[in-house]
Ligand binder design. Structure first.
Ligand code: ATP
Ligand code: LTN
Length: 345
């Protein structure tokens, strides 16, 4: 969808469109995260200016164990690269290393309405899940996400389906700010992958697969071993039917078909024909083995990267310097527009 606001030329020196996305280092990444986000990113690295962030500020909206958060921040960055993102062709960085994210988030908080934030599905879900820790950060999470995106004059935000509501809010806040102060932010579009936009839990197929699910059999993690992956798919909840095809009340099979299609590129018709006359058992085994085969090379690259912390830190440092250079232009424009003093020394 083109939007008219962006037809107004905005001062951006780069010819390429900008892509921004992020993942929270809040747990071990699942195949939901993989199929909904990082697997799709390497294909974009030549045609767009891409920034991928490990959003650690977002992660602390839920209580984290400090040592684990630190380790997962390295792991998430390593997984970005293991999935195929080249740090020379993408800006890979950690959110807390670029203070402009928190600074712009504060300003945007003052242009985001209580009612808008109250309607966010993720906030409602997480308030239920973490009922003893419904903190202000969990509530204003979308303003920080809007800051992430708007700082870089982003055109496109590749995400899983669950994040589209936050992108809509980002657009609304950006339009509101532009209406008051004149063109300041580019209005971004979300973009959801064709296959794998919403992978469901293997244990409760009506719920999305999530890296912070307490039931470890519900999610397949990118770093699970082969036997573990095959075992989890064997145990996946299905239904009492026997035919491998999509259908209402067949949430489990629909999900397995989505996963199989996303990893093999096969259509539903092809999958149905492949498993005609064979039961769910054969299908589950095939899905498990396919996923394990596809993840093996990612895991190997991940292990090599994690063995070299020095290299990961150099990528973080280089990425945050590049991100900061872009972010400060937008932040200083915003500060000027809202009326903050900016003395020239
Ligand atoms: P948490 O459980 O900690 O909230 P999460 O697993 O939902 O985490 P995020 O870090 O919030 O993961 O999301 C990272 C990216 O992965 C986002 O683009 C999100 O849309 C995508 N994503 C997350 N879960 C799924 C899923 N089940 N299917 C497809 N995409 C997903
Ligand atoms: N909220 C997102 C993670 C995220 C993000 C972003 C995604 C934080 N900032 C900016 C895209 C663009 C999530 O996946 N839960």
């Amino acid at each position: 969808m083109e939007n008219r606001q962006n037809e107004v030329t905005m001062d951006r020196p780069e010819a390429k469109k900008v892509i921004f996305s992020g993942v929270q280092p809040s747990g071990m990444l699942t195949i939901g995260n993989y199929l909904g986000s990082i697997k799709n990113w390497p294909a974009l690295q030549d045609d767009y200016r891409c920034l991928y962030c490990v959003v650690d500020l977002h992660a602390i909206t839920v209580r984290q164990e400090p040592a684990e958060l630190r380790r997962r921040t390295y792991e998430t960055l390593a997984l970005y690269m293991a999935a195929g993102l080249d740090p020379e062709r993408n800006i890979l960085f950690v959110q807390s290393h670029v203070p402009a994210h928190a600074e712009l988030a504060w300003v945007l908080n003052c242009y985001t309405m209580f009612g808008e934030l109250s309607r966010m599905t993720q906030f409602k879900d997480k308030s239920r899940k973490y009922a003893t820790n419904i903190n202000a950060g969990l509530f204003t999470y979308p303003s920080l996400m809007a800051a992430d995106i708007l700082l870089y004059q982003t055109d496109l935000v590749p995400v899983g389906q669950d994040q589209m509501q936050h992108i809509e809010l980002t657009r609304d806040v950006a339009v509101r700010f532009n209406q008051v102060y004149g063109e300041t932010f580019r209005i971004p579009d979300g973009f959801v992958p064709k296959a794998g936009a919403k992978i469901m839990s293997l244990a409760e197929p009506e719920k999305k697969m999530s890296k912070s699910d307490s039931n470890k059999n519900a999610s397949v993690y990118i770093l699970d071993g082969r036997d573990e992956i095959v075992r989890k798919f064997k145990r996946a909840v299905t239904d009492s039917d026997t035919v491998v095809c999509r259908g209402e009340n067949k949430g489990g099979i629909n999900n397995l078909m989505t996963i199989y299609a996303a990893f093999t590129g096969k259509t539903d018709g092809e999958i149905e024909r492949e498993f005609e006359g064979r039961g769910y058992g054969d299908f589950k085994l095939a899905v498990g083995e396919t996923v394990a085969d596809a993840l093996a090379p990612v895991q190997e690259r991940f292990r090599a990267l994690m063995a070299d912390k020095g290299y990961l830190e150099s990528v973080m440092k280089d990425g945050s310097a590049k991100a900061f250079a872009m972010a400060r232009k937008t932040l200083s424009k915003v500060y000027r527009k809202v009326g903050f003093t900016q003395p020239k020394v």
